[in-house]
Write a protein that binds this ligand. Sequence first.
Ligand code: C2R
Length: 194
Amino acid sequence: MTGGRIEDRLSQEEEKSLSRMPLVGIILGSDSDLEVMAETARTLASLGVEYEVTIASAHRHPETVTAYARGAEERGLQVIIAGAGMAAHLPGVVAAQTNLPVIGVPLLGKTLSGQDALYSIVQMPPGVPVATVAINGARNAALLAAQILARSDGLVREKLVQYRRRLSEETRKKNERLQELGIEGYLREGDHDR
Ligand code: C2R
């Protein structure tokens, strides 16, 4: 596509991408994971990446997970993001049944501070990798998936460049404000969470 401002071009491209088949499959072990994993969906949407979301547990619905993983590539998915608390079975079982890259998000449970999920998801036996992000690292999982897609999708690449630019700009502004107000003034101003 040629001509026009980048913003115009993106909005036209965005429209196109919205009518595409999902490229990223988000799979969750439980609806209790949804609040944290919604950030994955929001981040993908902000990058113009189509996704689908499914609740299916390797423990509780093993057949559904098998069908999901075996059919994923044929359905057009290119990356799978699996969010699971307490255990690694969901990302592991999915990774065992597809050649697509699987990103695991260990989720904070009610006990063991999420370390149960983190250690088990990160420690896959050699041969069946799951790329593991931080505990509750829902946003990074989306960004990593987008970076994989960006190798062959110029629009996603452009969106990622813009995202990084915004990130630097926010940090620059925060530092400017800190220099202006000093530590106590900055903290008093509040609402500095990202
Ligand atoms: P409930 O809140 O439904 O009891 O689930 C889910 O991801 C969730 O974080 C508690 C936690 O169990 C996790 N879960 C797994 C799997 N199935 C459910 N890790 C699995 O198959 O690996």
